[in-house]
Design a protein around this ligand. Structure first.
Ligand code: BLA
Length: 230
């Protein structure tokens, strides 16, 4: 808010806040969404299921006239014992020139946090698509979250702001359309594979979960059922 002129970006009715009493602990899910000229969608979601789950998930989508990676954050804590942290500059493309420009600068930060770059295997996603080789991906403990993860979070965020400040806006319509498509493909890929879909369903029901995924989190994706119907 200090850095950008943020405007609220509407969240569809009923998706900004929901309460569940299905689980062991009552759970709430709350989301916030903003936009500004440089960043077309800044969303974050907090799931508070008391001692059973504490989750913070966020994606920043730059405007379509920047080819910058998306900033992706997923911090999950289940009953204090399972703490999973993921943070990355999520590349829209995987060609050499793109990686050199937008991913290579992450290396120094990645190397600063070897304890958070554990090279864990991905089960839901393909590590070579929309992830960089300098992502932070770790299973850790609450103390490390308060100290190292918080430091790393600030470092990654600052580098992202620097990159954005240096970015040159695209001018050609065809270049811009390529970014529109790449961000849309990211939404489709992510919505189809999101490992949280089961968790949302179990707390808030299948119908709400589908709406949350396809109308808010990844709103440029089309539900599989709709694709099949076409
Ligand atoms: C509110 C939305 C939302 C939530 C709550 C969410 C949760 C979520 N993310 C997960 C894993 C994960 N999450 C990510 C990464 C990301 N995930 C992201 O949404 C983003 C932006 C990144 C990018 C940094 C990765 C890499 C894993 C491990 C998945 C795997 O093993 O393939 C898991 C599985 C945890 C487990 O192993 O038990 C859940 C439940 N995902 C969501 O989209």
């Amino acid at each position: 808010m200090q850095r950008f002129t943020l405007e609220s970006r509407p969240i569809p009715p009923g998706l900004d806040y929901q309460v569940s009493d299905r689980g062991r602990n009552p759970a709430t899910i709350q989301s916030w969404c903003y936009q500004c000229p440089e960043l077309r969608k800044i969303r974050y979601t907090y799931i508070d299921a008391g001692a059973s789950a504490q989750i913070m998930n966020s994606v920043i989508y730059p405007s379509h006239y920047y080819d910058l990676p998306l900033l992706g954050i997923d911090f999950l804590s289940f009953g204090q014992v399972k703490n999973l942290i993921v943070m990355d500059f999520q590349p829209l493309f995987q060609d050499e020139a793109y990686l050199r420009k937008y991913i290579h600068p992450l290396q120094t930060l990645h190397d600063k946090y070897p304890d958070l770059a554990q090279g864990l295997e991905m089960k839901f996603y393909d590590a070579n698509q929309y992830f960089s080789k300098y992502l932070l991906f770790a299973k850790t403990d609450p103390e490390t979250v308060k100290t190292r993860v918080f430091e790393a979070f600030k470092d990654y965020l600052n580098l992202y702001w620097q990159m954005l400040a240096q970015a040159e806006p695209l001018i050609d319509q065809s270049d811009i359309q390529r970014i529109v498509k790449a961000q849309k493909d990211y939404d489709q890929y992510s919505a189809d594979r999101d490992p949280a879909s089961g968790l949302f369903s179990s707390y808030f029901g299948h119908q709400w979960s589908e709406r949350f995924l396809y109308e808010f989190l990844f709103e440029d994706a089309v539900p599989l059922a709709a694709v099949v119907a076409k």
